[in-house]
Design a protein around this ligand. Structure first.
Ligand SMILES: Cc1cc2nc3c(=O)[nH]c(=O)nc-3n(C[C@H](O)[C@H](O)[C@H](O)COP(=O)(O)OP(=O)(O)OC[C@H]3O[C@@H](n4cnc5c(N)ncnc54)[C@H](O)[C@@H]3O)c2cc1C
Length: 468
């Protein structure tokens, strides 16, 4: 067999886009080096995804405690002393940091075991490789190919700069020593909604400021409505069509000025106004890598950039800001680079979840795409309140929605709103991925009683497959 020289690959960025790719590339025989400034796991593990979901794990317990009286649970000491169940934020935040650190260590160990070299420092594209500036000075790593997995950073607004004490971005939340008395959240996208939900459940007063008509613009409208109702029922103040002009510190708190001149006072403010890609100042333009007007690296469906041998994955591409998508883009890039069989990225089968209470999980075509005629199909929506298991568990909010292709009855998408929707969406994802029909789903046994019974029931209701 002819000898193929080992490809020297440098991965810039150790988040899911980078480290998952590095593992695949090592498995396929490449000589792999990962360069990262902040530590392995990237923002996903160290500051964003893992920390937020760990914090939310505590908030979920608090939500359950909150709803437990209806199920007959009584807390004797609470009744006797009049105290409330509360959280110790320092314990919560220590746990968050320890867990993130440990997960980063696990990734480091997995990469080392796979023979991947790790270099700490800032990577910059230079002719023939990547220049790394780190603790040990500047060195150049020669490369036959480079994967850019640079991630993104919280967007900062001149008028509302985080100070790390009272005005915060989401990466600074874990240094808080006490629960904010009143957290004002600017931004009602996924990040804003998740933290607003979590801190309300932990016991903070929360005001959520949304510049749009409703929270979670761009998500399923019925789901957003259920969530907004749940927020209000739990005592959160949701301000729609309210644009925050600036945020400033005043006394021991913060004041947010809205575009109509009115103000909202709180003890702390969380700025959740999006992210910007980490693509500036590291030689991308000089190397001819095409960037979009928003600064994202332009890629095709096998993660190639405009420059041969340079690939990109994850949040720096602006494709879909999810750890799962970043990892998939990175793996696809490596399979393409190293000549393995590869299927181009398809976003139609990506399942994603918003970790609020209730959770909102989605996959496939959406209601708005059906309504606009972009996709041909019909849907059915079943409220969870009619599901026997939900009744037993005291679950009153949420629903299951299933979409099927007109004519064939193939499942093309779905939405689940409810507790653990992130787990419940998987059968729908399987159906979409494997093109199962509603009859295939309806024929499968579900446990009685179970929330997944509503998914099978929705499939039954979509039989027979409606005609075109
Ligand atoms: C609050 C929050 C919660 C989230 N929750 C979820 C969730 O529940 N599920 C989910 O799927 N997604 C979630 N996401 C999205 C997810 O975190 C991102 O999609 C994911 O981190 C993208 O991975 P990445 O590899 O592209 O980048 P990152 O994870 O950002 O990693 C990039 C790494 O590259 C490093 N780097 C950048 N430039 C250089 C350079 N020049 N040289 C060396 N190193 C460099 C960075 O320091 C960083 O360590 C969440 C995001 C946020 C903000």
């Amino acid at each position: 067999m002819p000898h193929r020289p080992q490809q020297r690959l440098v991965v810039v960025g150790g988040g899911p886009g980078g480290y998952e790719a590095a593992l695949v590339a090592a498995q396929l025989g490449a000589d792999v080096t990962v360069v990262d400034t902040d530590g392995l796991g990237g923002s996903a593990v160290l500051t964003d995804c893992v920390p937020s979901k760990t914090l939310i794990a505590t908030s979920e317990v608090m939500t359950q405690v909150d709803g437990s009286a209806e199920l007959g649970v009584r807390y004797a000491s609470t009744q006797a002393s009049g105290e409330h169940v509360g959280v110790d934020l320092q314990v919560v935040n220590n746990r968050v940091k320890q867990l993130a650190h440990a997960q980063s260590g696990d990734i480091r160990a997995a990469l080392a075991a796979a023979g991947v070299r790790l270099v700490a420092g800032l990577g910059r594209l230079v002719p023939g490789g990547v220049e790394v500036t780190g603790g040990s000075g500047v060195r150049t790593l020669p490369a036959d190919a480079v994967l850019l997995a640079l991630g993104a950073t919280p967007r900062r607004l001149e008028t509302s700069m985080p100070d790390g004490e009272r005005i915060l971005d989401w990466r600074q939340l874990y240094d808080l020593r006490e629960l904010p008395e009143h957290l004002v959240v600017v931004g009602s996208g996924v990040t804003g909604a998740e933290f607003a939900s979590a801190y309300r459940a932990l016991g903070s007063e929360v005001t959520l400021i949304s510049s749009r008509d409703r929270v979670l613009p761009g998500e399923d409208a019925d789901a957003a409505r259920v969530l907004e109702d749940a927020f209000r029922r739990r005592g959160m103040k949701v301000m729609s069509r309210s644009r925050a002009e600036n945020v400033r510190r005043e006394g021991a708190g913060v004041v947010v000025t809205l575009s109509d001149g009115s103000t909202v006072a709180g003890s702390h403010c969380l700025m959740a106004v999006g992210s910007i890609p980490n693509t500036a100042g590291i030689g991308l333009e000089e190397a001819g890598v095409e960037l979009s007007p928003s600064g994202h690296v332009v890629t095709d469906r096998v993660s190639r950039t405009s420059v041969p041998g340079i690939y990109a994955a994850g949040d720096c591409t602006g494709v879909l800001a999810l750890a799962s998508v970043a990892a998939m883009q990175g793996r696809i890039a490596m399979r393409h680079l190293l000549g393995d069989s590869v299927r181009p990225l398809s976003l139609k089968t990506v399942s994603s979840n918003i970790f609020t209470a209730p959770e909102i999980a989605t996959v496939g075509w959406t209601q708005s795409q059906l309504d606009s005629g972009e996709a041909q199909g019909v849907g059915v929506m079943l409220p969870l309140a009619t599901n026997p298991r939900a009744k037993m568990q005291g679950v009153t909010e949420g629903f299951v929605k299933l979409f099927a292709r007109t004519g064939s009855g193939t499942v093309i998408g779905g939405v689940v709103v409810g507790p653990r929707a992130s787990e419940l969406i998987f059968p729908v994802t399987l159906a979409v991925e494997h093109r199962l029909t509603v009859d295939d789903v309806a024929r499968s046994f579900t446990v009685y009683p179970s929330l997944s019974g509503s998914i099978a029931e929705a499939a039954r209701q979509l039989h027979p497959a409606p005609l075109a």
